[in-house]
Design a protein. Structure first.
Ligand code: SAM
Length: 277
């Protein structure tokens, strides 16, 4: 394990924060040390000073930062996570947006799953969409699943999951939308086809400006790793990315009240969601 002084830890967390918006305080020193140790072993480097120099000054394409990002992100996820919130989406928000679109003669629906990890959330939304709106196949419907972690995006594309990922999937959904294959589950092709993947850093201003025209944004259990400043930047981009009448869903214990007042807060059953008026 490399020796990482407090100053070196601070420099490392500053570089990560600038690039990814993720905030690591000193309690995370051991966590970051183990991740840096992996990178240093791969690069045959013995000195943390050398690694920090490379990361700060000799990584013009951001390849080393990307390799580090793949190691420092927390990817915990599973299908139908925070089920009650999904019920608010399925029973209230989705029907409301769909009927407004139908009234306007629109046949396009776009959902952004930001910080999708290995894809369980995006495929959950695809299942709910097909269930609530069987006409989805004849509309132009798209769920854009984005993440910074390249290893996770490969898993989204594979659409193959272990038991832990599918444990919470209601039985009737499991039969309809998944195929059992040994001790794994594959997402059926019709459902998988609704999901597109995109490598995207939520802290990348230019990339975020290109994201427009969404009816729903799910960014659950992602912004908890950001601080107020980087969280505000992301949320401001989300506001611009949403169509009027569009909704943003955060994790159930997350709030953006401290960083913006742009959204209106709505309560459905027991759940709070943010809407762009
Ligand atoms: C805990 S997972 C959440 C997965 C899913 N949204 C859920 O609630 O189950 C957090 C994800 O956010 C991603 N992430 C963290 N920082 C990011 C950034 N700056 N840009 C894009 N994705 C990021 C991580 O790679 C990770 O896959």
């Amino acid at each position: 394990m490399p020796d990482l002084s407090v100053e070196q830890f601070q420099r490392l967390s500053q570089l990560i924060y600038q690039k990814l918006g993720l905030s690591f305080d000193e309690k995370k020193i051991y966590f970051l040390k183990t991740r840096v140790a992996k990178r240093m072993a791969t690069l045959s480097m013995a000195d943390a000073k050398e690694y920090l120099f490379m990361l700060g000054y000799a990584d013009p394409l951001g390849l080393e930062m990307q390799a580090l990002a793949n190691l420092v992100t927390t990817n915990e996820t599973y299908m139908f996570r925070e089920y009650e919130q999904l019920q608010a989406f399925a029973n209230h928000c989705l029907p409301e947006v769909l009927s407004a679109k139908q009234a306007r003669g629109e046949r396009k629906l776009r959902i952004w799953c930001a910080g999708c990890s290995s894809g369980e959330e995006a495929y959950t939304l695809a299942m709910i969409l097909q269930e609530v709106f069987p006409q989805a196949q004849s509309w132009d419907c798209e769920i854009v699943a984005t993440d910074i972690d390249e290893n996770m995006l490969r898993k989204v594309i594979a659409a193959r999951y272990g038991c832990r990922s599918v444990n919470e999937v209601p039985e009737e959904y499991r039969e309809k939308y998944l195929i059992e294959d040994g001790d794994e589950w594959l997402v059926r092709r019709r459902t998988a086809a609704l999901v597109q993947t995109l490598h995207l850093n939520l802290n990348d201003r230019m990339a975020m400006r290109a994201m427009r025209g969404f009816d729903f944004i799910f960014c659950r259990n992602v912004l908890i790793y950001f601080d107020d400043l980087s969280r505000k930047a992301v949320v401001d981009h989300f506001y611009n990315a949403l169509n009027p009448g569009g909704y943003i869903f955060l994790g159930h214990s997350e709030s953006i009240g401290r960083v913006t007042t742009a959204f209106k807060l709505k309560r459905f059953e027991n759940h709070l969601v943010y809407v762009k008026e």
